[in-house]
Design a protein around this ligand. Structure first.
Ligand code: NAI
Ligand SMILES: O=C(O)C(=O)[C@H](O)COP(=O)(O)O
Length: 378
């Protein structure tokens, strides 16, 4: 059995090595020629999987080790009887932690009092609902909008537009009753004041990038945080220079989230082929490292939450890394964008870190728990 796969799928050989012969390619370089003779195709988000890629091939199973599926022509796969699987929720925690780190940083650099603001979440699926529940458990006021789920706890889109911070967690869709393509177009962006914050970790084209750029030129104090870009991997340099935080599509790039994506597709493929499950992440990735943080005095505890969040993941590192690549020719910048993603450091999730607190009955203890840290008594 021949497996053609994106070379950036972590633990690819560990999971799939005994399922078939693996041939790897850079995800953006996968062509129709590459998949000829393949039975199985394993991709990430950068490969457009459609008739152009698959015509005339024998591929019977396509798996994407990602949450997003906008790069997959599922109707075409269905019409050809090709089994398809994605990895829903695999890196949702990673995205939540990106948002948490962003809020922590903005609270300082934009002097935002998090206890006094309302966060509006657009898209309340695996990621959005976890953002909502985590922020609520931290004591923040949160509203959510999602026309496609039970409306009991949802508010209107117009209400979301009044929130101090708006965080986008929708897929990219161009069809259906509620398409998200350019959901934040010139008109919608015009309704946001300079005091508001817009965070996008969904897909770039949910915001009209050109319209956002023009808004930021007119209202430079408007805070935009972009992990995803309409034109990626070719980031609009001018827009990048105007955002408060800009990162190279790595919100979901915790090691834990990425390998979970591989594991989920491995499981789906085993189901498809009727094979027993022989591998799991724990075999290959060390269980939670012995990383420990001790906050044992009252003074330390006062700022401990922000310290812990930013020690494990400070979104500004990814921001500076991206900003440092925005030079040279378009080709050099595109390569640099992909390199940042390919060589991304092993970032672990909060749950892998043990936090020792002096007083485990404290409100701080509840907050650390809400963030997912492994809280212990000092
Ligand atoms: N930046 C990154 O690294 C990552 C980005 N993503 C993106 O985030 C998206 C969301 O991820 P999940 O929450 O796991 O997906 P999900 O499918 O669980 O949830 C998406 C939610 O958005 C809602 N939605 C659809 N159209 C909407 C609209 N017009 N207005 C409001 N809500 C709408 C859906 O009803 C659904 O509840 C993914 O599709 C992917 O594109 C996901 C993981 C990592
Ligand atoms: O899971 C998703 O959806 C994402 O956006 C991934 O983080 C994208 O990662 P790549 O597939 O582009 O490596």
């Amino acid at each position: 059995m021949k497996i053609v796969a994106d070379e950036n799928i972590p633990l690819l050989h560990n999971f799939f090595g005994d399922v078939g012969d693996i041939e790897t390619y850079p995800g953006r370089a996968l062509t129709n020629e590459c998949v000829m003779g393949a039975d199985i195709l394993l991709v990430r988000s950068v490969t457009q999987v459609n008739e152009t890629l698959l015509a005339g091939s024998n591929v019977k199973f396509v798996g994407t080790c990602t949450i997003g599926t906008d790069h997959i022509d599922t109707a075409y796969l269905q019409s050809k009887g090709i089994t398809f699987s994605s990895a829903p929720g695999c890196n949702a925690t990673s995205v939540v932690e990106y948002v948490i780190s962003t809020l922590s940083v903005l609270s300082e650099v934009r002097q935002i009092d998090l206890s006094d603001i309302t966060v509006g979440v657009v898209g309340c699926g695996n990621v959005g609902s976890r953002v909502v529940s985590t922020l609520k458990r931290l004591g923040l006021k949160v509203l959510a909008n999602d026309p496609l789920v039970d409306q009991t706890e949802m508010v209107s889109f117009e209400e979301i537009l009044k929130c101090d911070i708006i965080s986008l967690h929708t897929p990219l869709t161009k069809e259906g009753d509620y398409p998200t393509y350019h959901l934040f177009d010139e008109n919608t962006l015009a309704k946001l004041t300079e005091q508001q914050v817009l965070i996008n970790t969904g897909r770039g084209a949910v915001i009209d990038g050109e319209a956002l750029k023009q808004k930021l030129k007119k209202q430079p104090r408007f805070t935009a945080v972009l992990d995803v870009w309409e034109t990626e991997p070719n980031v609009d340099i001018e827009l990048a220079g105007l955002v408060t935080i800009g990162t190279p599509h790595i919100a979901g790039y915790s090691l834990d989230g990425k390998v979970k994506g591989t594991e989920m597709i491995y499981q789906a493929l085993c189901r498809h082929l009727g094979l027993p499950l022989r591998h799991q992440v724990a075999q290959f990735i060390p269980s939670p490292p012995l990383s420990r943080m001790h906050f044992t005095s009252e003074a330390e505890q006062a700022w401990s939450m922000h310290t812990a969040i930013r020690t494990v993941y400070d979104v500004r590192h990814d921001h500076y890394n991206l900003m440092n690549t925005l030079q040279g020719t378009e080709q050099q910048r595109v390569q640099a964008f992909d390199q940042l993603r390919k060589q991304y450091r092993p970032r672990r999730e909060f749950s892998t870190i043990k936090v020792f607190l002096k007083n485990t009955d404290s409100a701080m203890h509840s907050m650390f728990k809400a963030l997912g840290f492994n809280v212990k008594s000092a």
